[in-house]
Write a protein that binds this ligand. Sequence first.
Ligand SMILES: Cc1cc2nc3c(=O)[nH]c(=O)nc-3n(C[C@H](O)[C@H](O)[C@H](O)COP(=O)(O)O)c2cc1C
Length: 192
Amino acid sequence: MAAILALNGSPRRGGNTELLLQEVADGARQAGGDIEIIRLSDLTMSPCIACGGCDRTGKCVIMDDMQGLYDKVQAAQQIIIASPIYFYALSAQTKIFIDRLQAMWSRKQLLRAAKRWHRDPLNRGYLISVAATSGLRIFEGAVLCVRYAYDALGFEYGGEFLARGFDGRGEIGKDDKKLRQAVQFGIKIVQR
Ligand SMILES: Cc1cc2nc3c(=O)[nH]c(=O)nc-3n(C[C@H](O)[C@H](O)[C@H](O)COP(=O)(O)O)c2cc1C
């Protein structure tokens, strides 16, 4: 499994999130990194139903495509969550993925109680996000949510790559500076 797992939470093909993530992945690969990108909207994933099942087992009872992602999350050294801003927050696809990480938080609690939890200090998590407007606080909700998700996994937050003012499909592809910065971000993730 790939050392860097990247989740694309945008449903729009050829969209700004996808383009940015491709540039970040190019940078990561240039620096020798091994990265896998998964489009969350290609998967069938139900929202968390708060059944409490994972409290007892550390495993989610919902048998859908998230089951395959648990193994990938567990195997990843670094994770990138990429999402467009929808109503000052993450896309629904991204939020479903994050809520389903509750099972991994429960797993961590159970392992801790059994004194078998080992945090890997190299684990890092990142956020990539794009919004149409340039509001100062536009990414605050997304950053808080993603930071807390990484905290639940025991991953250190490594930082974010944010792009304001891009709305049309693939519009960011015309901004060479932003694309170059995204490549650099990918290189840094591997070289940190
Ligand atoms: C349902 C929906 C809600 C959105 N809400 C916001 C918003 O609150 N603030 C904002 O700046 N842009 C908002 N946008 C615009 C997207 O963030 C923007 O178009 C972004 O570039 C989309 O990324 P993508 O090309 O990867 O889909 C919204 C778009 C959609 C479809």
